[in-house]
Design a protein around this ligand. Structure first.
Ligand SMILES: CC(C)(COP(=O)(O)OP(=O)(O)OC[C@H]1O[C@@H](n2cnc3c(N)ncnc32)[C@H](O)[C@@H]1OP(=O)(O)O)[C@@H](O)C(=O)NCCC(=O)NCCS
Length: 186
């Protein structure tokens, strides 16, 4: 076994001056607030969002269904879990009426009393429709409703698409960290 290091940025959005404008998303999308009966839908959406992405190398649990299920269970059982900032997005096909879930975000309160986004994922076929922006908007609204004055997250430096999105929404890098990951050498 060897170890590889992934550069990650901690980012923060100051909410004291308010929030960026609510993005418009097409009407076939709908949102569901956290409910423990939705754990399977969150887990599956997380898996389909992350499985081919860089973060599935950084956090191996994100690359498989069981890992995503375990992670969702762990997050939602934490005493600092923030259900009001944990959102699922569904899509209803206008022709067939068929529903699939395509966006998920979860959050906890950190020990500095900030809202901390744990994972945000949009499935590949639904990207570029402002769903990511919308998920962050709703999570931040949840933070404000809890009286929290800042939102934080961590992003892998190579994840340029996510990084650009966060910067565009006003997040600023506060720290650079390195995540050690064990890799097989054969
Ligand atoms: C990061 C992620 C959540 C973004 O989701 P998304 O729904 O595509 O996000 P948005 O649509 O709000 O914004 C993404 C881009 O689409 C563009 N976009 C937004 N609305 C658009 C529209 N109507 N038409 C065309 N492009 C649009 C945005 O300008 C943005 O472009 P940018 O890359 O230049 O910033 C998604 O790519 C993802 O799930 N990635 C894999 C998992 C992951 O890495 N998560 C982040 C972990 S930190």
């Amino acid at each position: 076994m060897g170890v590889t290091y992934f550069k990650r940025f901690r980012m923060e959005l100051d909410l004291r001056d308010g929030l960026f404008p609510q993005p418009m998303v097409p009407s076939e999308y709908f949102t569901l607030l956290w409910d423990e009966n939705l754990i399977e839908q969150h887990s599956e959406t997380k898996f389909r969002s992350f499985r081919f992405e860089i973060d599935a190398n950084v956090f191996q649990c994100l690359g498989n269904r069981d890992g995503c299920r375990r992670l969702m269970g762990d997050i939602s059982r934490r005493s600092n879990f923030l259900p009001n900032s944990t959102i699922l997005i569904g899509h209803r096909d206008p022709d067939s009426g068929q529903v699939d879930y395509c966006g998920t975000i979860q959050a906890i309160r950190d020990n500095m009393n900030r809202g901390s986004i744990q994972n945000i994922g949009v499935t590949p076929e639904h990207r570029g429709m402002q769903l990511g922006t919308f998920l962050i908007y709703r999570a931040m609204q949840g933070f404000l409703s809890e009286g929290l004055q800042a939102g934080t997250l961590e992003v892998t430096a190579q994840n340029t698409k996510a990084l650009r999105l966060y910067e565009r929404l006003g997040f600023r890098v506060t720290r650079t960290v390195f995540k050690a990951v064990e890799v097989s050498l054969v």
